[in-house]
Ligand binder design. Sequence first.
Ligand code: IPE
Ligand code: MG
Length: 259
Amino acid sequence: MAAQENTLSAGAPIEGADGEAPLHVAIVMDGNGRWAKRRGLPRTVGHQAGVEALKRIVQAAPSLNIRWLTIFGFSTENWSRPVAEVAELMALPQRYFRTDLPRLEREGVRVRVIGRSEGLSRELVKICREAEARTASNDSLYLTIAFNYGGQADIASAAQRFAEEVAAGRAKPGDLTEAKFAEYLSTSDLPPPDLIVRPSGEQRLSNFVLWEAAYAEFVFQDVLWPDYSAEHLKAAIAEYRTRDRRYGAVITDDVLAAG
Ligand code: IPE
Ligand code: MG
């Protein structure tokens, strides 16, 4: 236990910074079902193993200079899975917070759950709100869990809310810049993700952080989420660090050479 109480204390500089800006890493947890199938186990067991991987990654994140960690737990499209599997997925936040909330609280992790609350049980919403309240003053690692979340749904809600402002006479259509629009998204208090990681071999975004991903780097890894370890995350970040981020511009040397 004591050996694990290491990386976080509120406000402390984050280890492993190497003079580089802290990262916002967003992860599409994927491959739980295949992991279970390979073992001849029900998919639900894969989801349970997936929670253990999440615990490992949240614990490892600060030492990898991650300041914001956003993970995709349940998408608005996951409702179309079999009832028993949906029930297991609905139990995951509770499974996670029950064992890990005291540690998250102690280690300075601020938890936020984004996504639609419609469709979730009152009990589940309460558990999530409680985790947020208990960690509200933490600021070492910002852990955002997207649950019953869809990127398109989030954009549609943002558009609705801005339209309501206009209808109420508090805003004009012409006020809507990209920056203004982003204020209406559920991720408005987060910087855009620098790195989006998807394990399991699938190479798609699946309706995760659509707006926010505009200039994110993508790393796809051939490992199933329940097997995901700090070493895999480290490898993803190493790959990210080799990327040349230009945000649509050209680097000065190119301009000079072309000049
Ligand atoms: C990800 O694993 C779990 C979630 C949906 C949250 P999957 O259940 O998608 O696993 P595969 O893709 O079927 O292997
Ligand atoms: Mg999947």
